[in-house]
Design a protein around this ligand. Structure first.
Ligand SMILES: [Zn+2]
Ligand SMILES: [Zn+2]
Length: 365
């Protein structure tokens, strides 16, 4: 009797250990690579996601471990106020996701921003309010009351997935004008999950609204790391410091770029310095006869697609992420300085408009 009992006891202990090792063993974070801008820190942020407290499929702490593991700096859990399909199992408590996630976020140095999704039929649609003190006052029948109360708390408010029910339903209505004129909403999702909204993109440029990209994730995110060809849609935020307060200041100032699939979407004033911080020609330049060999280093997590607009250089160049590409340039005057003029077709400064870039090559004398 003794031996089998002891054996089952040992098996039980081994099983328990296996179950708890991740809790006190190792957790690994894989960094996302984007350079900083002069005087600013590039923070990788996902400001729209759900848990079982609305229609998501995970407990709030899971959102923290996923985000930290995949290299994010800040997240906001934004459960729907008005839509809780699991409320028979999980009682309505708008503050609870933040409370449950906060300890794990603090332990990992992940910035957790208190937020929610104000959820009305389209139009007017869904709006996220983040940097809230208290979500409860937003649980009110009138849509504009909820928006106004968000603003009374100093929240940053943005319009989610503008055309998710079609362009017609995503039209700009009087209610949006009222909000816009009162400065009650401050940004729009240009990208949500796998969708890109060119109309939202255009409105952000025309009306000086902040561009956001978010995952709006509901299911567990099983990725171990973010990769150039497999990552969440997120917002790069150019903040003065690595704090929630600085993120808020940067959002109100519009200092963002969206990372969506193999594209970056943002204002030229941010994309251009970000590109030049990431993509550099290594020195010295090797020249031979009428040929110059350029080693072009691409240090960020985006493959860059270049199409020539000037007279020098190959017709198109692909610079894979976090790699160096040898580019051969033939010219009648190989010793003179060269300006390689291209458009980066997957770095969008407006719908269907790539970022113009000039790769400057020094002369040899
Ligand atoms: Zn929504
Ligand atoms: Zn949502």
């Amino acid at each position: 009797m003794t031996t089998p009992t002891r054996r089952s006891l040992i098996s039980l202990i081994v099983l328990l250990l296996a179950a708890f090792v991740p809790a006190w063993g190792q957790e690994i974070r894989h960094e996302i690579h984007f350079p900083d801008l002069p005087g600013l820190i590039t923070l990788k942020c996902d400001l729209h996601m759900h848990t079982v407290f609305s229609d998501g499929q995970v407990w709030p702490t899971v959102r923290v471990t996923e985000a930290w593991r995949q290299g994010f700096d800040a997240i906001s859990i934004t459960d729907h106020i008005e839509y809780q399909p699991f409320k028979d199992d999980i009682p309505t408590n708008h503050e609870r996701p933040y409370q449950l996630a906060k300890g794990g976020a603090d332990a990992r140095g992940l910035i957790l921003i208190k937020g929610t999704e104000i959820t009305r039929d389209t139009p007017p649609g869904h709006f996220n309010a983040i940097f809230l003190d208290d979500i409860n006052p937003l649980d009110t029948p009138e849509f504009l009351d909820a928006i106004e109360r968000s603003n009374q708390q100093g929240a940053f408010v943005f319009w989610n997935h503008q055309a998710w029910q079609g362009e017609e339903k995503g039209s700009w209505m009087d209610v949006h004008t009222t909000m816009f004129e009162n400065k009650w909403f401050h940004g729009m999702e240009v990208c949500n999950g796998g969708s890109y909204y060119p109309t939202a993109h255009r409105w952000c440029l025309e009306k000086n609204l902040t561009m956001l990209g978010t995952s709006d994730i509901h299911a567990p995110d099983l990725r171990l790391r973010s990769a150039p060809d497999d990552h969440r849609t997120i917002t790069l935020i150019f903040a003065r410091e690595r704090t929630a307060e600085s993120i808020k200041e940067a959002l109100f100032a519009g200092r963002t770029v969206v990372w969506f699939q193999d594209q970056l979407i943002g204002k030229q004033e941010h994309l251009e310095p970000l590109f030049h911080a990431a993509v550099r020609i290594e020195l010295p330049i090797i020249r031979s006869g009428k040929t110059a060999w350029l080693r072009v280093r691409n240090a960020w997590d985006v493959d860059v697609q270049l199409t020539r607009t000037g007279d020098v250089g190959p017709g198109s160049i692909k610079l894979p992420a976090r790699a160096t590409t040898l580019v051969r340039v033939t010219t009648a005057e190989p010793d003179s300085p060269l300006d390689l003029r291209y458009v980066a077709t997957n770095l969008l400064i407006a719908p269907e408009t790539g970022l113009p870039v000039v790769l400057k090559v020094e002369g040899s004398d």
